[in-house]
Design a protein around this ligand. Structure first.
Ligand SMILES: [Zn+2]
Length: 318
């Protein structure tokens, strides 16, 4: 059964985290996954490593982010309950394992939409679409999960299930190969790791990410999303699906963008006054936001976030 989430449609201040909202709505988690119907033909699944977007319709199923490898059987089972049609596309929003780990399993379970000509092996699987850099970053992982359709320009588009789908490359945000997947009729944007409501955004400088590109990507999200005005209602307005965390509307993205921008400006001012990285970190430029977004331990600490900003700005200056 698909959990239609009632608590999602609340003023955004009381918007619950996705998984909490789903269980409050009485949705029975299936194989540890919770599935929300956010629009008539668009679903979001939480609990598979990253949030997974699923568009369904007459043409088949389009999946945005496959989730982790370990979650692939559960994701496939959840998709089967939403549609009897095959998976036609897997779109990767970025190169991280929790987004691309399930690529191979989902692609193999799918089928290319218009094979054209004599059927061959490539038509018996769903194409995996990603920005070019994803392929490079996945070089050390098994070839079966590699993207099969990569692009290096700013916008890739298609028209499936009665709506335009725009895949918008963000050249240097979380990494150098992030995309936003915009479903125009459903009015849903799947943002990937550019937006992570659990914590400060992960900026992977080694793989081409930067604070400036991150802010540019958040600005793009703000531009794409339209809030529900003048009639403020939770049913209307663009839905932004973060890579991790709860569903957002435009106001949430504005708030997150402002937070990131303020911290960037503070770090920049500290650099201008000649502080070293250690001194910048000691000055706590993320003050006021650490309680909500900061991590003291784990993979993405506040110190690492500050270091990524520092390194991005130093690189810009050089
Ligand atoms: Zn992620």
């Amino acid at each position: 059964m698909v959990a239609v989430c009632a608590t999602f449609f609340l003023p955004h201040r009381s918007l619950e985290p996705l998984s909490a909202a789903a269980s409050q709505a009485g949705g029975a988690p299936s194989n540890g996954l919770e599935v929300l119907e956010v629009r008539p033909s668009f679903f979001v699944s939480a609990g598979a490593g990253a949030n997974v977007g699923v568009q369904v319709g007459d043409d088949g199923v389009v999946v945005v982010d496959a989730g982790s490898a370990a979650s692939a059987p559960a994701v496939l089972a959840a998709i089967k309950r939403l549609s009897s049609k095959p998976i036609r596309y897997v779109i990767d929003t970025g190169p991280d394992a929790d987004h691309v780990g399930g690529n191979e399993a989902l692609s193999k379970a799918g089928e290319k939409l218009f094979g054209g000509g004599a059927p061959n092996a490539a038509d018996s699987v769903a194409p995996i679409l990603a920005a070019e850099g994803v392929l490079r970053h996945m070089a050390k992982s098994p070839a079966g999960g590699w993207p099969t359709e990569v692009f290096h320009y700013s916008r890739k588009y298609m028209y499936l299930n009665g709506e335009a789908i725009e895949v918008l490359h963000q050249p240097s945000a979380h990494t150098d190969s992030d995309v936003l997947a915009f479903f125009r009729r459903s009015d849903v944007v799947v943002a990937g790791d550019v937006l992570d409501t659990r914590q400060f955004p992960v900026i992977d400088v080694e793989r081409g990410g930067s604070i400036q590109g991150e802010i540019a990507a958040l600005n793009r999200l703000v531009d794409l999303a339209v809030p529900s005005i003048p009639v403020v209602t939770r049913e209307a307005g663009t839905i932004v699906v973060p890579g991790h965390g709860h569903l957002c509307d435009q106001y949430d993205v504005v708030e997150y963008r402002d937070m990131v921008t303020i911290i960037r400006d503070r770090v920049r001012d500290l650099i201008k006054s000649g502080r070293s990285l250690t001194e910048v970190q000691a000055a706590q430029p993320a003050k006021g936001y650490m309680g909500r977004y900061g991590n003291q331990g784990g993979a993405w600490t506040t110190d690492r976030f500050i270091e990524a900003i520092y390194r991005s700005l130093a690189r810009e200056k050089a």
